[in-house]
Design a protein around this ligand. Structure first.
Ligand code: FE
Length: 244
């Protein structure tokens, strides 16, 4: 795959820009650094700013976040499941992805959040050009809970040529696509992960957030807040959408 492979369908790129997505960008960096080692999956949601207290505090500001292209490896067949790993080797990653109604800054319950990503060696499931036709690993859908949070158990993604490390995400409200985006990781965390097996078998990743041609268009507002948890990490973000 080359770096242009996610630019092959201009019509789709336009389509993914439908709807507006807001996020609470960069607001709680401090919240996750304090006591990060003890941060569990549930706490990750609060760190994401999804908790009612965070909303009520008035400290949050709604910031428009970028729609980003879905890329070539979306499949509409993703299964509803929290654990998407299918025993794929890699550094454990627990995700808390919060969806809020940006106009009211209130969590949205029952939104469907769909994620897909490559494995530790940079390969996506389900595609002949990846030699993974019929496989389903590292793809899944979860509904948001009463606090607006969808949780996943996955592994830290690897990398593939031309792209910085990322996870693809779609948010559906009432069956309609409300957001298509990509989630990113702090470089220093990725550097640490890439030193571990099995990532370390491919040591020379060729792209960082700064140089990535998709990240460049607002990716800094799609950064996961990542904290260490046991032998892995937890990652959290709050995404806001406008109900139509
Ligand atoms: Fe991708």
């Amino acid at each position: 795959m080359d770096e242009h492979s996610e630019l092959t369908d201009p019509a789709e790129q336009r389509a993914t820009r439908r709807g507006s997505l807001l996020t609470f960008g960069g607001l709680l960096a401090g919240a996750i650094t304090g006591g990060a080692a003890a941060l569990g999956e549930t706490d990750a949601a609060d760190a994401a700013g999804a908790g009612p207290a965070a909303v009520a505090s008035g400290l949050l500001t709604c910031v428009l976040a970028p729609e980003q292209m879905e890329g070539p490896y979306f499949t509409p067949r993703d299964r509803v499941r929290r654990d998407v790993t299918e025993r794929k080797p890699g550094v454990p990653l627990a995700l808390g992805l919060a969806v809020v109604d940006a106009s009211r800054c209130k969590p949205i319950k029952n939104a469907a959040v769909d994620i897909w990503q490559c494995d530790a060696l940079g390969v996506y499931s389900g595609f002949a050009d990846q030699d993974t036709e019929g496989q389903t690993y590292l793809r899944g859908i979860q509904r948001t809970d009463a606090r607006g949070v969808a949780r996943f158990r996955t592994i830290y993604p690897g990398w593939y040529p031309g792209r910085t490390v990322h996870i693809h995400v779609r948010v559906f409200l009432g069956g309609n696509i409300a957001h298509t985006g990509q989630l990113y990781f702090p470089e220093q965390v990725t550097d640490a992960v890439m030193k571990r097996a099995p990532y370390s078998t491919r040591p020379d990743r060729d792209q960082t957030n700064e140089g990535d041609f998709i990240f460049r268009n607002g990716g800094s507002r799609s950064m996961l807040r990542v904290a260490k948890s046991g032998r892995g990490y937890v990652g959290a973000i709050t995404m806001g959408v406008l109900r139509s």
